[in-house]
Design a protein. Sequence first.
Length: 381
Amino acid sequence: MASKKYLFAPGPTPVPPQVLAAMAEPIVHHRAADFRAVYERCLERLRQVFRTEQDVLLFTSSGTGAMESAVANLLAPGDPVLAIAAGGFGERWVQIARAYGCDVDELAYEWGETPSAEDVAARLAARPARVVLMTQSETSTGVVSDVRALAAAAHEGGALAVCDAISSLGAVPLAMDDWEIDVVLSGSQKALMTPPGLAMVAVSDAAWERLSESPRFYFDWRKTRDAQAKLDAPFTPAISLIAGLEVALGLLLETGLDEAFAHHARLGRACREGIKAMGLELFSPDEERSAVVTAVRSPEGIDSDDVLKSLRDRWGVTLAPGQGRLKGKVFRIGHIGWYDVFDITTALAAVELVLAELGADVERGVAVTRALEAYSEPVTA
């Protein structure tokens, strides 16, 4: 068994030591002045990362809680909603909306395909909806969608645009206000470099004006907005996680969002180029914006779950498995948050070693060199 652990999942992701140190501080009361100061800085930094002037609502939950909050606050049973589903997390939108009794029109794609604004416009012209539910980074497939164009198509069709940016916020460009996205939601455990347990939602003026009157309690946006206006929370917040998130956001903003986006683009490119140099086939798109996770087809005759088991048990390397219909067929290498190019080369070298041991015909010794070359190349628009 390996004693050292390497985590290359698209969430949860590794946490910087400064964040862990902040979380190890003694617990304070959530209405004490020292916590309010941390809370205020955290909420302000969230606005900067979301690139919005709106308040960012903070919940103690996973990112799925933020998704559910959007449905609970914007939709009532029977309301028409268009859900874009091109992978496991788009399908989660469908499941949540149906659980709330909405009239769901599923715009379904094959896993690995990229949704288009033209398809959204055509579907809304045929069947109007109150809300369009979309996913910027579909981590089950590695696809990153043009949510700016999707949101514009939603507005042209008279619908609100609600974007799941759980794995993309802080890793790829997203500007809520400039792109006129009505609701953007995310989670702490991805590119924001904090352990799981915090979800956040930013809401436009147009979305506030179109809240439903359906019953809700914990995820009631109004309760959270009113409490945060007084630097309070309607329910006991995750104090230590917020302290860690405040530090993580500071690290991200100190680096600069644009530099963080370029860094993630280079990491994604390095990973893809290393995989191709090894002779493997990409499942995720081979494009610059695929900066969150790289999905790789397992070689013929090799179950990707066997690859992951050997990586984990023998070498302490954790990659992400294929989900749903991709189980056993692909493995995924995450590269969002606290990673550098040497993390990518570690993952590639381990994959090369294990695949060779399992009998795959992979070219040895080229992946690391190609990844380092690709990382040093400039980012293209």
